[in-house]
Design a protein around this ligand. Structure first.
Ligand SMILES: Cc1cc2nc3c(=O)[nH]c(=O)nc-3n(C[C@H](O)[C@H](O)[C@H](O)COP(=O)(O)O)c2cc1C
Length: 380
């Protein structure tokens, strides 16, 4: 039997389909080297930009925990709690491009068979800004990056032509993707924001621009909770807070809902699933909806910064899954990829009790089809 973990995604061969997503676990060469030693099939670097960033004073990420035996949710560390989510307002890498380039070279020299995806981000408000995308792309690919992930999804950018503000504008998504494709010799993945009405619209823009894959989700825009005792946000600087991003277990159901929309709309395209994964059972959701790889951030941050136990559990879980299901003829990811995609249907397609019928909000008996309005009394 072959290696059930190996897979090909956007033409790249992965030892296993699991990557560390763009975030603190991939913020340095030492972390990335440790991650490869621990067994990750790939990494997406912390997003590299040309514009200098300065992060807020104090912590950039905290973890929201839920009491096991009550409704209490809080960032305060306390016993008897389970992880609910991560909350962050960290900007992109504070290291410049010329810090990253020699490090990408060194990482690839040390780990030629692991996949290094360079996450990049620039503005999109002028031709000069668009050239920045190309400058970043050329420098990273010349250093040996195997692919790009375009950060069209960072939720903390004030600029209207950056991050998730690009990701909310289909035309900008298309233009930026096309600009990078003009110079790219390696696959281009577009990482979209979940914070739009219909992610299929932005994905279409990315594919029109030539994207080889879509990555989804980035974090969901959110605020920390107000502490009922201090009456301050649990995370703040001098009492002030700004919109940040929610990740971790809480976003798994929301992220797979976005992914189901995407893979149904584009069944033949490539998708990298992100959001709320720490076990193989969770990653399986993304695979069965049609993803070819899965990325992890929050769970890895909480496991020795780069997730050595998480990747072991993911790989072991995947091997055990294919052993358990060998009788079905399932030997590798391609045998199960997308096998539950078509189980997500419109509400009215779900079976009702035998004696009842439902017409999806339409009243099939009335000619005027006005749901919610009483029948006009006849003859009155
Ligand atoms: C502290 C922190 C920093 C992040 N920085 C980036 C980033 O620079 N670029 C990016 O594309 N995503 C960034 N992300 C988003 C993650 O890559 C990932 O999409 C998100 O956390 C959802 O995955 P998770 O549920 O496994 O955490 C960041 C997330 C966190 C928690």
């Amino acid at each position: 039997m072959g290696n059930p973990l190996a897979c090909t995604f956007t033409g790249l061969r992965f030892e296993n389909p699991f990557l560390l997503s763009s975030a603190p676990p991939t913020e340095s060469d030492s972390n990335i080297m440790r991650a490869f030693d621990a067994g990750w099939g790939g990494v997406v670097t912390k997003t590299i930009g040309l514009h200098p960033v300065v992060n807020v004073r104090g912590p950039k990420t905290k973890f929201l925990r839920a009491d096991a035996d009550g409704p209490h949710l809080s960032m305060h560390k306390r016993p008897g709690t389970a992880l609910h989510s991560s909350w962050n307002w960290e900007l992109i890498s504070d290291k410049p491009l010329d810090w990253w380039v020699p490090r990408i070279v060194r990482i690839k020299q040390a780990h030629p068979d692991r996949i290094l995806v360079a996450s990049i981000m620039a503005g999109s408000g002028s031709d000069r800004e668009l050239k920045h995308w190309q400058e970043l792309a050329i420098a990273c690919q010349d250093a040996g990056a195997d692919a790009f992930e375009l950060n069209l999804s960072c939720p903390h950018m004030d600029r209207k032509d950056m991050g998730s503000n690009i990701g909310k504008d289909t035309a900008q998504v298309s233009i930026v993707t096309q600009v990078v494709k003009e110079v790219a010799k390696v696959p281009v993945w577009a990482k979209l924001t979940p914070s739009t009405t219909d992610i299929v619209v932005e994905a279409r823009g990315a594919f029109l621009g030539g994207a080889d894959a879509i990555s989804s989700s980035n974090t969901f825009p959110s605020l920390p909770l107000i502490d009922p005792e201090t009456l301050e946000f649990e995370m703040n600087v001098d009492g002030y807070v700004s919109s940040g991003g929610l990740g971790g277990p809480a976003i798994l159901p929301q992220s797979i809902a976005k992914m189901a929309q995407l893979t149904q709309a584009f069944p033949d395209k490539a998708f990298s699933g992100i959001g709320g994964v720490s076990t193989f059972e969770q990653a399986l959701n993304y695979f069965m909806l049609g993803c070819g790889t899965v990325q992890v951030c929050t769970a890895a941050m909480l496991d020795h910064a780069i997730g050595p136990n998480v990747i072991k559990a993911l790989n072991d879980g995947m091997v055990a899954f294919f052993e358990t299901h060998a009788g079905k003829g399932w030997r590798s990811l391609e045998d199960i990829r997308g096998c539950r995609r078509d189980r997500v249907v419109t509400h009215s397609q779900i079976k009702r009790p035998d004696t009842k019928e439902y017409f999806g909000g339409h009243d099939a008996r009335a000619d005027d089809d006005q749901e919610g309005y009483a029948q006009v009394a006849s003859g009155g």
